[in-house]
Each structure stands twice: as structure tokens, then as C-alpha cells.
Design a protein around this ligand. Structure first.
Ligand SMILES: Cc1cc2nc3c(=O)[nH]c(=O)nc-3n(C[C@H](O)[C@H](O)[C@H](O)COP(=O)(O)OP(=O)(O)OC[C@H]3O[C@@H](n4cnc5c(N)ncnc54)[C@H](O)[C@@H]3O)c2cc1C
Length: 410
């Protein structure tokens, strides 16, 4: 049997793609190496945008919690800023298992087929076009369009010949904790600090006694990385040194890798397209991928339908997905913040990123500006404010950046 679409991977990108392709009536096969869609790290903190893409309401079983404010704090000095909802929009903690089951069940009810414990090894190419995948030992599945939604180390991407130059990867761990005390369930925390390195530690309450405690960090250089304590140790130290978590129990541990250098140069070819982490479709500065994966999956599914209707899976036809995606606001935010991450990472090789973070947390940068910069849509007036108020820091960043470019030869 030749499917219309094969989707490799059941993260948010793969599940959203499969949900939509099957909704369009396309014969969809989903291959996943794990045993089930649940019990994985899908990503947790999102805004209204993700809920809209997922078509779920804030007061539903798909939302684990909602925050009225977010606090950024330094673990070393205690300086902090509070960002309230006015500046941020609404922030929600997803119930990952319920969301994953929802997308799977929608796809199943529209006729999609799921094969678990099915590890994709490579794409199958005929006449310069991808016509399916090989998986497990000797299994094969064929389709007109193969979607690589198989994450940061995508086999579809690698064997289809896509390149990932200059990939800046962020590594992350998350503990789900129970038995906490004195937690305000309305407030989410982000921490920076010397032990954290180039990244942040986060605390997202699920209730008054349960939290998600996580850490994500980018290795700006091997030498810098080796100087830092292992990430799980940083989380454990946090637990020991904060009364709310001193008696907490670790209910589960998840980890993952997120690309933070922006969208890769090319992610479509004849018969094949990448989606999600595999294509670098992740908001670079915060490492947020859920919303961007949902968005990319929907754009891709719409184009899959067009391709099936026209019977055209040529490179030019598949590329129309890439073209539409790159023109979107979310994609340009990723590209802009990706460039920012490169600058910060290069700077961090030779300077102290924590010093810059302290300036932010010292209250000199207001929450609205910070939010605009994180989202990648800061306007000219924001940059003017930054330049006038933070000229010394900007100069230092600039010099650090130029120095690192000169040294690395890029
Ligand atoms: C610790 C951590 C915390 C995060 N927190 C947030 C957050 O709060 N908000 C947010 O927006 N984002 C967050 N992210 C980022 C977000 O989780 C990712 O960007 C998102 O999950 C990427 O989705 P994806 O579908 O592209 O890939 P993945 O979620 O990586 O899914 C890929 C799927 O493919 C499967 N797979 C891999 N290889 C194969 C193969 N060869 N054959 C078959 N199947 C395969 C995997 O098992 C997996 O199910 C976080 C990431 C980490 C690591």
C-alpha cells in the first residue's frame, strides 16, 4: 500500500501534522519509535497561540495550570523582575499527556494508522525522490510524501541529505516533583545563575504541592561547558536549598535537546519535508517549540492536501510549504531570535553572560521591552531605547561578538 503521507515521530510537530492530514482525508501512517504517545516531554509552558492551534479552551483538561505572573530571578544575588500578564499575555502549563492523546485520537478517528515501536532508519530514494522509509529491521513503508518530525537528531533529515550547519543545541532536563510545600500555583519562575550557564532554570507549579523543575542550557564552548556542574546536580541543589522543595519527591525525569540556532537552510525536497525540531522551527532564545511545531504542522498538512489533489510531489511542489512557512511571522521571529542566540553564544565564549542577565534583572530593562526582544518583534523605538540606556552594555556585547567572530573565523 502506498500512503499519501508518512509521518515519522509523535512529538507536537508529528501529531499536529497527522491530525490535520487525516482531517483532510489523506491516508496517513505515523511511525514512532516509542511504545506510546504519552509520558514524554512535549513542552509545557505556552501562550494562547498554542491553545488556538490546538483548538482547546483554557478551562479544560488539556491545561494543567494558568499563571498570573512570571518572575525572573538570579540564583546568585536574588535580584528579580516580575512580569505580569498585561505584558506577557496568558501563560499556561499544558497537560502534556492529555494533549498528546487528544491529537492522536483526532487523527485515529479520521483514519490515521499508528505504528509504535517503529524506529525509522532511513528514507527510501528512487529517481532522486523520497518514496518512503525503512524502519526497524527490514520493514518498509511507502508514501508520496514523507514527513520528518523525528526531532533534533532526525533520521529522515540525515538520510534525505539535509544539512544542519551551525546548529546550536540546547540541552534540557525536567523533574516532575510532588510533595512540595508553600508553592504559589499562580506564579512561574525563571532563574539565571553561574551554575545554570547559558540558559535558565525554571519552576512551573502544577498545584500547591506539585511543580515542574527544569533546566536548559546551551554549551557556548566545550571549555565553558566542562566548568559547569551537571544539569541534574543543579536541579538537586535547587531542591536542597529551597524550603518548598526540600522534602519533594521526584516523580519523573525527562530530558531532551532543542535546536536554538534558527530554521535550517533547506527542509524540503522531492517527496520529503521536515517539521518541528528537525527543521529548527523553535523559538531560539527561550527554546520554545510547542507553538511553532503546531503552526508548522498545520502549514505542512495544508500543502500535503494540495500535493495529493494535484498529484505533484516534486521538489518545486513540496518547496511551496517551505516558502509559505518562511514568510510567516512565527518563522521570522525564529530567524531573528536565532541570530540573537548566535550573538549571545559567541559573546559568552569570551565574556560573562550572567553580567548581562544581572543588568536585565536589576530592573533596568522593563518587562515590555524584554518581552518584545524575546518574541523577536521589537520595533525601532525599542532598539533606540536600548541603545541610549544600555550603550555600555551594547558596546561590550558588540566587542565580545566581534572578538569571538575573529577568533572562531566565522
Ligand atoms: C527540557 C525541555 C523543556 C521544554 N519546555 C518547553 C516549553 O515549556 N514550551 C515550549 O514551547 N517548548 C518547550 N520545549 C521544546 C519542545 O519540547 C520541543 O521544541 C518540541 O517537543 C519539538 O517537537 P517535535 O515534534 O519537533 O520533536 P520531539 O518532541 O522531539 O518529537 C520527536 C518524536 O520523534 C520520535 N522519534 C525520534 N527518532 C525517531 C525515529 N528514528 N523513528 C521514529 N520515531 C522517532 C521521538 O520518540 C519523538 O516522539 C522544551 C524542551 C525540553 C528539552
Amino acid at each position: 500500500m502506498v500512503y499519501d503521507v508518512i509521518v515519522a515521530g509523535t512529538g507536537p510537530a508529528g501529531l499536529m501534522t497527522a491530525e490535520r492530514t487525516s482531517k483532510y482525508g489523506l491516508k496517513t501512517l505515523v511511525l514512532e519509535k516509542r511504545k506510546e504517545v504519552t509520558h514524554s516531554l512535549m513542552g509545557e509552558l505556552v501562550t494562547d497561540k498554542a491553545l488556538n492551534f490546538l483548538r482547546v479552551k483554557p478551562e479544560s483538561e488539556y491545561i494543567g495550570n494558568k499563571y498570573t505572573s512570571i518572575v525572573g530571578e538570579s540564583l546568585d544575588t536574588g535580584s528579580h523582575i516580575v512580569v505580569d500578564r498585561q505584558h506577557l499575555g496568558n501563560s499556561y502549563l499544558l497537560d502534556e499527556d492529555n494533549c498528546q492523546e487528544l491529537m492522536r485520537d483526532r487523527a485515529l478517528s479520521d483514519g490515521a494508522e499508528f505504528r509504535f515501536e517503529s524506529r525509522v532508519k532511513s528514507v527510501i530514494k528512487e529517481d532522486n525522490s523520497v518514496v518512503g522509509v525503512k524502519y526497524n529491521q527490514d520493514d518498509e513503508a511507502r508514501a508520496n510524501l514523507t514527513v520528518g518530525a523525528d526531532g533534533s537528531f532526525s533520521r529522515v533529515s540525515e538520510t534525505a541529505g539535509f544539512t544542519h550547519p551551525k546548529w546550536l543545541l540546547s540541552y534540557g532536563y525536567r523533574f516532575k516533583l510532588t510533595n512540595c510545600t508553600g508553592i504559589d500555583p499562580n506564579v512561574a519562575y525563571f532563574y539565571v545563575g553561574k551554575d545554570v550557564g547559558l540558559g535558565y532554570l525554571w519552576l512551573y507549579p502544577r498545584s500547591e504541592t506539585e511543580i515542574n523543575l527544569g533546566i536548559g542550557r546551551v554549551p557556548s564552548s566545550k571549555a565553558n561547558w566542562d566548568k559547569l556542574p551537571p544539569m541534574q546536580d543543579v536541579l538537586r541543589k535547587y531542591m536542597k536549598t529551597h524550603p518548598e522543595t526540600q522534602n519533594a519527591k521526584i516523580a519523573s525525569v525527562n530530558g531532551g535537546v532543542v535546536p536554538c540556532a534558527g530554521i535550517i537552510p533547506k527542509f524540503t525536497d522531492a517527496g520529503v519535508a521536515l517539521c518541528g525540531n528537525a527543521a529548527g522551527q523553535v523559538s531560539s532564545i527561550v527554546g520554545g517549540g510547542v507553538t511553532t511545531c503546531f503552526h508548522a504542522g498545520q502549514v505542512l498538512a495544508k500543502h500535503a492536501k494540495r500535493m495529493v489533489d494535484s498529484g505533484d510531489f516534486s521538489q518545486t511542489s513540496v518547496e511551496l510549504y517551505e516558502k509559505e512557512y518562511r514568510k510567516s511571522k512565527l518563522a521570522s521571529n525564529i530567524t531573528n531570535t536565532g541570530k540573537g542566540m548566535w550573538a549571545v553564544s559567541k559573546f559568552a565564549m569570551h565574556n560573562d553572560p550572567i553580567a548581562a542577565a544581572e543588568i536585565v534583572l536589576g530592573g533596568k530593562l522593563d518587562a515590555q521591552i524584554l518581552n518584545e526582544l524575546i518574541q523577536g518583534h521589537a520595533g525601532i523605538s525599542t532598539y533606540m531605547t536600548l541603545i541610549s540606556e544600555f550603550l555600555p552594555m551594547v558596546m561590550k556585547l558588540g566587542v565580545g561578538y566581534l572578538k569571538s567572530i575573529a577568533i572562531s573565523g566565522l
